[in-house]
Design a protein around this ligand. Structure first.
Ligand code: FEO
Ligand code: CA
Ligand code: CA
Ligand code: CA
Length: 672
């Protein structure tokens, strides 16, 4: 008998998080088999931001175009390099964002905790009306039609690009991913299941919404009915680009040419390109589709023949590969999506040249030779880290051209080698005698010059079945790569490994067996960003240093850092600090998830301090930090996720309503 995948897994999660999240977000990835059974070794405000003037000059010398300003773009990154007009701005370091770290917050506290002297408020919440004709949010009476016109559920990646149509840095376009839904707390039980599914579908996808502020230091607010507000739903058309476009592996009854896909799903993290578009990662897409069969390809991606948790195949035939003509529909998800937020009529793209896997997100840096280099991690235990190098080169004054860069190029997967004797890496996290988890690495080519580099596979096969292609070339099995982001000022790449409690064999880049708390890898490419070799070291090995001797903070005294576990999303501020959002700390170190700052250079390198904590059962997502203007934005995802409609476990954002509403919030100094 076919049984839904959801219920049997309740109560059987492997430690890290709520069974509800496991079922709804990751399709019980932790409880399932390890997808990778191959034998490989285990293995935004304004630009210039990130950077002090000195660092910017240094970076300019080394990385050239990485910080070149694209002044023809109608965009400027908030807190990220690549924006418009930034060179006119003073660089003020982080003096507007001084704070005393908060103490760790007990995991059941249902509150947003911010540093003394700061306050917070939502910018936009699930259900907020986006268009002139949007109905007001009424949780008792949501309909598919109302949800389609409102802000979606479970906001994850969040970014703001500056809107140069609005003078004085007072306008922006906010881009948000809506990763998944939680019907048990969203809908009254009196709503029939088919309606719940239809509303839920329209609570997925993406949002672009215009935002305004009175001045750069004042809070952002969203603008209902603004011209460029847009929801991306399951009827939004995406163009496939790259090696898989037109391949028989992606054709369906509805799209016999294999060129167009309706919808994007499971959008987790993302990235801002230097040309002012947004990237979004289709992550746990597998859980939305019923497979035709247990082929090795479907198994490698965790796609099973059982009915799905969500049951969308009951309403829409394309969600089951058992329906003739839709065997390949699942191959049309698992990509990096690119969206132009400035043109509400633009057709978003799915870039198959970046490979198909559980993309957390993707982040781009322009190399000194002008190539666009994108880094992306596969968020699955024992899966891999990838890098894409564009065929074409970045043109500072040609946005249309730059928007083609991710359509064609070389795809690589990473292999890490430690420089300490294997016997010294004993799985406990004890530092080897050279004092550092570090070593060298190579980028192993999968596709080069448009051709497959993997024996026995064609380029379109490599693009669609990237995991299986990578298995054949011997990359390193990683501990669930989440955000992978280059620091645009230094070119160093930060790879967030969130955790992997199933690891039994440690290696130097994943040095703990049963890795409960995660770690962050720092990569330095050899000479230039397009290099095929690199050096690496661990920036930090996470956990509660008061209780866990395996923690490591780049040598910073452990008694002065905030406990941190399960790092997930990251961003940089204008002073060059890394900010880390966490997802899973309640079930590891017992504290609420939060946002943390860590300097990457100088005496403070490794000094992790906690800036905020999110409400009961929520994870922290999508951080944007402007130390220049003195504020922080985070997306509060799945507050109160273990509740029921009749027994809610969070009332975030605490506006008198009975149910939690995921929301993007901004933290600012209280007296502003
Ligand atoms: Fe949606 Fe990788 O977390
Ligand atoms: Ca070493
Ligand atoms: Ca994530
Ligand atoms: Ca995560």
């Amino acid at each position: 008998m076919n049984t839904p995948r959801f219920l049997p897994m309740l109560g059987h999660t492997s430690g890290k998080r709520s069974p509800v999240t496991c079922a709804l977000k990751c399709d019980n990835a932790c409880a399932g088999e390890v997808c990778n059974t191959s034998s490989n070794g285990y293995f935004r405000d304004i630009v210039n931001a990130q950077v002090s003037r000195r660092a910017a000059l240094g970076a300019a010398a080394v990385f050239g175009a990485a910080i070149t300003l694209d002044t023809t773009d109608a965009s400027a990154a908030v807190g990220k390099p690549g924006g418009h007009g930034s060179s006119r701005l003073p660089v003020t370091g982080d003096q507007r964002l001084r704070f005393s770290p908060i103490a760790p917050v007990e995991r059941t506290v249902d509150a947003v905790t911010v540093p003394q002297g700061y306050t917070w408020k939502p910018i936009i919440r699930w259900g907020d009306p986006l268009f002139a004709n949007s109905p007001a949010f009424d949780p008792e009476k949501q309909t598919p039609e109302s949800q389609a016109l409102q802000f979606g559920y479970n906001n994850d990646y969040t970014e703001i690009v500056m809107d140069c149509e609005v003078p004085g840095r007072r306008g922006g376009l906010m881009f948000v991913n809506h990763e998944y839904t939680n019907e048990a707390i969203m809908f009254p039980p009196t709503m029939d299941a088919a309606t719940q599914r239809a509303v839920s579908r329209n609570a997925h996808g993406l949002t672009v919404v215009e935002v305004r502020r009175d001045n750069p230091h004042s809070p952002w607010r969203y603008v209902k009915g603004a011209r460029r507000n847009r929801r991306f739903l399951l009827d939004t058309k995406y163009e496939l680009t790259g090696p898989a476009a037109g391949s028989p592996l992606v054709t369906t009854k509805d799209d016999p040419e294999g060129r167009w896909v309706l919808g994007t799903l499971a959008n987790c993290s993302g990235g801002l390109t230097p040309w002012g578009t947004l990237l979004s990662g289709e992550e746990n897409f597998n859980g939305y589709f019923q497979a035709k069969d247990d082929s090795k390809e479907n198994k490698r991606y965790g796609i099973t023949t059982e009915p799905t948790v969500r049951g969308w195949e009951k309403d829409l035939p394309r969600f089951s590969g058992k329906n003739a003509g839709y065997e390949n529909e699942v191959n049309r998800f698992g990509w990096i999506v690119e969206v132009d937020p400035f043109d509400p009529t633009s057709t978003p793209k799915k870039h198959t040249a970046l490979g198909r896997f559980k993309h957390e997100g993707a982040n781009v840096i322009i190399a000194a030779n002008g190539k666009a280099v994108a880094y992306s991690g596969d968020d699955e235990r024992f899966d891999y880290l990838y890098k894409f190098v564009s065929k074409g080169t970045y043109r500072p004054n040609d946005r249309a051209h730059n928007m083609t860069l991710l359509s064609e190029g070389d795809l690589y997967v990473a292999k890490f080698t430690g420089d300490s004797p294997a016997a010294e890496i004993d799985g406990t996290g004890k530092l080897p005698t050279d004092g550092s988890f570090d070593g060298t690495g190579v980028w192993l080519p999968l596709i080069k010059d448009g051709k497959s580099m993997v024996p026995g596979m064609t380029a379109d096969q490599v693009a669609v079945y990237t995991r299986l292609a990578a298995d054949l070339v011997g990359p390193t099995k990683m501990d669930r790569c989440e955000d992978v982001q280059p620091n645009l000022a230094t070119g160093k790449v930060y790879v967030v490994c969130t955790n992997n409690t199933k690891r039994t064999e440690a290696d130097e880049v994943n040095p703990r067996a049963k890795n409960r708390d995660g770690h962050i890898v720092e990569i330095t490419e050899t000479g230039h960003q397009t290099s095929e070799t690199f050096r690496w070291n661990l920036l930090l090995v996470a956990g509660d240093p008061a209780k866990d001797t395996s923690t490591y903070f780049s040598g910073f005294p452990k008694d002065r850092v905030s406990p941190i576990s399960c790092p997930d999303n990251i961003t940089f501020d204008q002073a060059g600090n890394l900010w880390i959002a966490t997802d899973g700390a309640p079930s590891t170190i017992g504290y609420a998830d939060g946002l943390f700052r860590v300097p990457l250079s100088g005496h403070g390198r490794g000094h992790v301090t906690q800036f905020l904590a999110v409400p009961n059962q929520a994870e922290t997502c999508g951080p944007i930090v402007s130390s220049l203007d003195g504020w922080v934005i985070v997306a509060v995802q799945h507050p109160g996720e273990d509740g029921k409609w009749t027994k809610q476990e969070s009332s975030f954002p605490y506006e008198g309503q009975k149910l939690p509403r995921p929301a993007v919030i901004q933290v600012t100094p209280a007296r502003r």
